[in-house]
Design a protein around this ligand. Structure first.
Ligand code: NAP
Ligand code: ZN
Ligand code: ZN
Length: 361
């Protein structure tokens, strides 16, 4: 077994702490990755706090992984030692069901093997990217374009693909009016991608604080949903609306902002069930749809698109010792726009970390 060092939640809702775990010995098709960076996705928080139920502990979260290949199995053909690579939300799928055969392994009928908080097909718990190393089958490893920095690219592996896939699926491009609800990790890369695809992009944010940032990221318009006038002004304005919010909102109000035949695509996964009235849907032939990450081929397509457009995430780097403080800041929507753990910090000992020092003053 391969010894690894990282951070884990030992039980639900406990602060994450230093934790050693093991990964399988690399098999003939496996790639061993020296993890350099891992993004902090809101899903990490939902799962470490068992907000979706069924969490497996101890849990090493993290599914926005970038790093370098340091070893390969003898049948690996796609990667070489030294390559810049990434790993996203899943590390295997059954490869035989209809969805897998159609290249939609994110919807694998047997359920894909999650990068963490899941079990592999032998029943062993999987461990994620808040760690110094991982071992992944080469088919689920992604190539990071050389012109993208590994830190800013890390959140593309989940946040990026979670927006890219439904933007492509609903044919976002010039002439379409697209709303992005929530300017967090998912939302901010959604704005960049939708803008790069040529759509007219509006950000709907729950306060007015992020107005300047939204414009800088590529939004054409910005509205604060704390202002009741917003829901009157924007009635029936959007073809598509991407809902990235992680908590409860009044869905009816948002659906009313869709044009006739408009669609709200849900990607946020709040803890509570969603209450939605029939009338805003009926009264406009509107739809609500959902979307989950993207396939391996589509993640690679997204990474290459980002490479071609020189586009990546706005990240705030944190030491791993500050992961719990970072979680609290994500919950307060106080992150611009994705925390990324610098895994080099695992080697730090004793000294106070940068974020604790800032918070102490
Ligand atoms: P995040 O960075 O915390 O962003 C969520 C955003 O929601 C916040 O930045 C905030 O934007 C908005 N928000 C927060 N509190 C709000 C409130 N009280 N009222 C209205 N809006 C509020 O989280 P994330 O990492 O982007 O993830 C967002 C959600 O997507 C999570 O539930 C996560 O689990 C889920 N997710 C789904 C997939 C998938 O495959 N479908 C993949 C990854 C993540 P404003 O300040 O602009 O309002
Ligand atoms: Zn995620
Ligand atoms: Zn399958």
């Amino acid at each position: 077994m391969l010894k690894t060092q990282g951070y884990a939640a030992l039980i639900s809702k406990a602060p994450l702490e230093s934790y050693s775990s093991e990964r399988r010995e690399p098999r003939e098709n496996d790639v061993v990755i020296d993890i350099k960076y891992c993004g902090i996705c809101h899903s990490d928080i939902h799962q470490a706090r068992d907000e979706w139920g069924g969490s497996i502990f101890p849990m090493v979260p993290g599914h926005e992984i970038t790093g370098t290949v340091v070893n390969i199995g003898n049948k690996v053909t796609k990667y070489q030692i030294g390559d810049q690579v990434g790993v996203g939300v899943f590390v295997d799928a059954c490869r035989t069901c209809e969805q897998c055969k159609n290249g939609l392994e994110q919807y694998c009928e047997q359920g894909f093997v999650p990068t963490y908080n899941g079990r592999d097909y032998e029943g062993n718990p999987t461990m994620g990217g808040y760690s110094d190393k991982t071992v992944v089958n080469e088919d689920c490893v992604l190539r990071i374009p050389n012109n993208l920095a590994l830190d800013a690219a890390a959140p593309l592996l989940c946040a990026g693909i979670t927006l890219y896939s439904p933007l492509k699926h609903w044919h976002v491009g010039p002439g379409l009016k697209v709303a992005i609800v929530g300017l967090g990790g998912l939302g901010h890369i959604g704005v960049k991608l939708a803008h790069a695809m040529g759509a007219e992009v509006t950000v709907l944010s729950h306060s007015s604080k992020k107005q300047d940032d939204a414009k800088r990221l590529g939004a054409d318009h910005f509205y604060a949903t704390s202002d009741p006038e917003t829901f009157k002004t924007l009635r029936r304005k959007f073809d598509l609306m991407y809902n990235t919010v992680s908590t409860d909102i009044d869905w009816d109000q948002y659906v009313e902002l869709l044009k006739i035949d408009g669609t709200m695509i849900v990607v946020g996964l709040p803890e509570n069930k969603v209450p939605i009235g029939a009338s805003p849907l009926v009264n406009g032939r509107r739809s609500i749809a959902g979307s989950m990450v993207g396939s391996i081929a589509e993640i690679q397509e997204m990474l290459d698109f980002c490479g071609e457009h020189g586009l990546a995430c706005d990240v705030e780097m944190v030491d791993i010792q500050d992961v719990n403080a970072a979680y609290e800041r994500v919950l307060r929507s106080d992150v611009k726009y994705r925390f990324v753990i610098d895994m080099a910090s695992l080697k730090k000992t004793g000294s106070q970390s940068a974020m604790q020092q800032v918070n102490a003053t």
